[in-house]
Design a protein around this ligand. Sequence first.
Ligand code: PLP
Length: 503
Amino acid sequence: MTEHTPTAHLFSGATVDHYAAVVTAALGSLTDRVRVVRRPRSGAPQQDLEELVAGVDLETPLGDTFSALKETSRLYLEHAVWFHEPGYVAHLNCPVAIPALAADLLASAVNTSVDTYDQSTTATLIERRLIAWAAGRAGLGPAADGVFTSGGTQSNLHALLLARDEALAGLPGGVLPPGARLRVLATDQAHFSVGKSARLLGLGADAVVPVPTDERHRMDPAALRRVAARVQDAGDVVMAVAVTAGTTDLGRIDPLPAVADVCAEIGAWLHVDAAYGGGLLVSRRRRHLLDGIERADSVTVDFHKTFFQPVASSAVLVRDGATLRHVTHHAAYLNPRGERAPNQVDRSLQTTRRFDALKLWVTLRAMGADAIGEAFDACLDLAVQVHEDLCAAPDIEVHSAPTLSTVLFRHRPTGPDGPLDPAAADRLVAGIRERLFDEGEAVVARTVVDGRPWLKLTLLNPATTRADVRTVVDLVRAAGEDLVAESAVAPAALVLAGGQAQA
Ligand SMILES: *Cc1c(COP(=O)(O)O)cnc(C)c1O
């Protein structure tokens, strides 16, 4: 089969040999690359990469897939950010399970869309089994339901939409009294998608009312009770309390049982954002950290974070499947009213939707849930060791002991005049991160907690060792010392690095 006609490029029984040859070639360039990768990224400057991509003339095709793959290897694989490399410790990205990659190959080629049963058959049934499985792990009860989503952001939006419409449905006449507003209660540690969702839902930028935290940055249930009373006294409606099981920066888990008590008292929807902490559902050693999640009205789980799944793989789970009716719309051509088929579009914000559930299914069938949980537990164990190492280092300040697998710290090298003052150490944070990224040996994150910048390690690779992380910390040190030395020669260097932190 040649590639000279457009249909020769389309997957079918007639082209399947060509497909196999192309996929084999793609596989070859991928495996050749990964075999030699030794650091998380190439270290090529952004400007070079911009020129590399801009230099491709999209109006002049190469004519065959093998040439296109060679070009893609040069553009993409050579400069990709590799999450499986031990030097990658920045964000909530994981190395991916091989069974899931095989599943993705199948789902992409078959191109199933899990919106209606007539486009998906067993794919829909598989997704529904997994939703039931995950809801069962969370303990949401017999009426639970849910749907796969594109990520935690969409899951949170979906959950808060249901909360909003349930709150309205519970009001006399289904409308807010004049002057009353819907309010979402959350801490300042909640993911930004909670606030973004409130805006998307038309609730206004101030709809998220902050709830104070305890000294460990977890929602304070007594404060929640007070804030809820204040909101209700003002004539407003607490539409939802959005808590986090695994905050993005500190990995903290809000006190789920105590918050659930308050929600029950005030009749508010409890949303648990377990985008990060969801992996605890399969941990044999730490499942108890999620105790209380069974009382949630909705739960966000990102399988593409702590279940080692490729992006995208996430779900929103609900205690009462009937609440999903708030996103149900019937189209005569697709899912007419009264049709008895299990149409997932009735439950989803999306219409055409990838069969992302297959990845998790094949992973569970190949590895089993315990093995996924063990992999996540290994990351959590590593975080404890890394915290120990950092605490023992005289030139490192550590934020706090980890709850999950993030560790926040700051390098405070000794300059010619003794230890760097706190303000200078703060300014160093952004410069260190940038220098490491530029060099490509390690990718770390930075954030701001308690008003001060911190370097952040997110450990989500169970193959990464304590020694690997020590190497990253040594790179941090070297970068910090270089920046301090450079600033002694040219003080502007450090000011500049700090200036970019504010940007
Ligand atoms: C990552 C994260 C999200 C967003 O999930 P995406 O899959 O990136 O959309 C939401 N909440 C928390 C707590 C997260 O860590």
